[in-house]
Write a protein that binds this ligand. Structure first.
Ligand code: SF4
Length: 244
């Protein structure tokens, strides 16, 4: 276990594309943890489904030598976030821990932020979310239920970050690697998602981000994301060591 520096943490996630099997356990865990509205048939058909983390599936090669590829995509928590300067009411802003934060009760629903996000990870509540009676008791009391007209997206499970920070303070110690685990990373059976403090030189996330397979989504756009991807390793590929 490594300990945190005195400076504030810089939260970050590493997504190892080589480990992702596309099982979607992360998607379900995120829906349950963050009270994400249910994607019923009609909502899905209108292309209004909300998923804070989604698995992009694509195919590589030609039949019969075709392979399914998976890439988990969530808010990239960009350092130069294109969503932030376009919000007229500062409902989305960058905090001092490397995160792009969304303030629900400030949002007036212009959707400028979603239009300006190149990763398509912001979702607008076109309807008041409704859960069947049998599921109401499973809503997470630590997370606000967003009403109609509000923009929402991945928060890196900020409620878990706050709870972890409070817990270690109570225990009188510094935050250690692994003290905060978002729902998606906790549920992933292959350990494809690793979360931690980039300022901690001994943290897993920092070490993995230095792997030679690392890259960022749409790197050339200059958004400087805090989510880092590791390329897939394909031993059958003839050229290069992996695929983005
Ligand atoms: S839970 Fe892990 S393996 Fe499954 S889709 Fe998500 S990232 Fe991939």
């Amino acid at each position: 276990m490594t300990t945190q520096h005195a400076q504030s943490p810089k939260w970050s996630m590493v997504v190892d594309a080589d480990r992702c099997t596309g099982c979607q356990a992360c998607v379900v865990a995120c829906q349950a943890e963050n009270n994400v509205p249910l994607n019923t048939d009609d909502i899905f058909k209108q292309k209004r489904a909300i998923e804070w983390i989604r698995i992009e599936r694509y195919w590589e090669g030609e039949y019969p030598n075709i392979k399914a590829r998976f890439l988990p995509v969530l808010c990239q928590h960009c350092e130069n976030a294109p969503c932030e300067p376009v919000c007229p009411v500062y409902a989305t802003y960058h905090n001092d821990q490397g995160m792009n934060v969304q303030i629900y009760n400030r949002c007036i629903g212009t959707r400028y932020c979603a239009n300006n996000c190149p990763y398509n990870v912001r979702f607008f509540n076109f309807w008041e979310p409704v859960w069947p009676e049998s599921l109401r008791n499973q809503l997470n009391p630590d997370v606000t239920v967003r009403s109609r007209g509000i923009m929402e997206k991945c928060s890196f499970c900020i409620q878990r970050i706050r709870a972890g920070t409070r817990r270690v303070k109570k225990e009188g110690r510094a935050l250690a690697d692994g003290d905060v685990v978002p729902a998606c990373a906790q549920a992933c059976p292959t350990d494809a998602l690793v979360f931690g403090n980039m300022h901690d030189a001994g943290s897993r996330v920092r070490k993995m981000s230095e792997d030679k397979r690392h890259y960022r989504l749409l790197e050339r756009s200059g958004t400087d994301p805090n989510v880092i991807y590791l390329k897939r390793v394909d031993p059958t590929a003839t050229e290069g060591a992996g695929h983005e």
